[in-house]
Design a protein around this ligand. Structure first.
Ligand code: PXP
Length: 261
């Protein structure tokens, strides 16, 4: 492939807020982190306003929208309260995610098949407001087909199970999760959806997944904020960008796209 399609990097700043909230003060500031990430090459910023406000707070979201020069991706659960805040904030995009109070992180994808009746009006209202809706789902054909029927323009494929299997050295599981992600990305593109991916990505898995031509954006947080403690956030963003670019440059090698444990 001569000109590989661009691959955007969205940096998730939630865990800068986690650190700040450990002392209930104002530092470190997730908005400052967003500005540093953009300066270093991030194409957008993601933040998740959780119902329990465990990291990002309402005022962080408002300040992100006011102060950053790149698109803001507002992650949220599909609740009336969140919809009201999102419509007032007017971010570039809203990523709808499942949320359970007791979970450590977003553990699974949204069940758009089971919840399509509830989700349809949410997606319609965000579409009407000119906010790009993304549905965070597993790379499951039924979920992908329903996302297209619900007229969401974007899906984000949950890469957590694949990343866990890679990190834990579970080769067979990693291989089957990889195949699922690639097949899901191809199916979604065929259905006219824009495809993003995220959760649990590090330098190595981001480089691998960058080889999937159908994926247009990666949203990455936890690993990068952890790395930033040692080398700084700007350096972490540049290293991640370089890893993604290396992966993208390998496009055209079908073998590497379909077998990546
Ligand atoms: N995408 C979505 C929809 C998420 O919920 C998260 C986690 O907040 C991420 C991407 C980023 O995952 P991680 O922090 O593991 O990189």
């Amino acid at each position: 492939m001569l000109n590989p399609p661009p691959l955007r990097l969205g940096v998730n700043v939630d865990h800068v807020a986690t650190l700040r909230n450990a002392r209930a003060g104002e530092r470190p500031d997730p908005v400052r982190a967003a500005l540093v990430a953009i300066e270093a090459g991030a194409d957008g910023i993601t933040a998740h306003l959780r119902e329990d406000r465990r990291h990002i707070r309402d005022d962080d979201m408002a300040r992100l929208k006011a102060e950053i020069s790149k698109p803001l991706n507002f992650e949220m659960a599909a609740t009336e309260d969140m919809l009201r805040i999102a419509l007032a904030t007017k971010p570039h995009a809203v990523c709808l995610v499942p949320e359970r109070r007791e979970e450590l992180t977003t553990e699974g994808g949204l069940d758009v098949v089971g919840q399509h009746n509830a989700l349809a009006p949410f997606i319609a209202r965000l579409n009407d407001a000119g906010v790009r809706v993304s549905l965070f789902i597993a790379a499951d054909p039924a979920q992908i087909e329903m996302a297209a029927r619900l007229r969401a323009p974007v899906i984000e494929i949950h890469t957590g199970a694949w990343c866990d299997a890679v990190v834990d050295g579970h080769t067979a599981k990693a291989e089957s999760e990889w195949r699922r992600i690639v097949a899901g990305a191809v199916l979604a593109r065929t259905a006219g959806l824009e495809v993003h991916a995220g959760h649990g990505l590090d330098y190595a898995t981001a480089e691998s997944i960058a080889e999937v031509a159908e994926i247009m954006e990666l949203n990455i947080g936890y690993y990068m904020i952890g790395e930033a403690l040692f080398v700084g956030l700007g350096e972490t963003v540049r290293t991640m960008r370089a890893a993604m670019d290396r992966g993208r440059a390998k496009l055209g090698n079908l073998q590497s796209r379909t077998s990546r444990a």
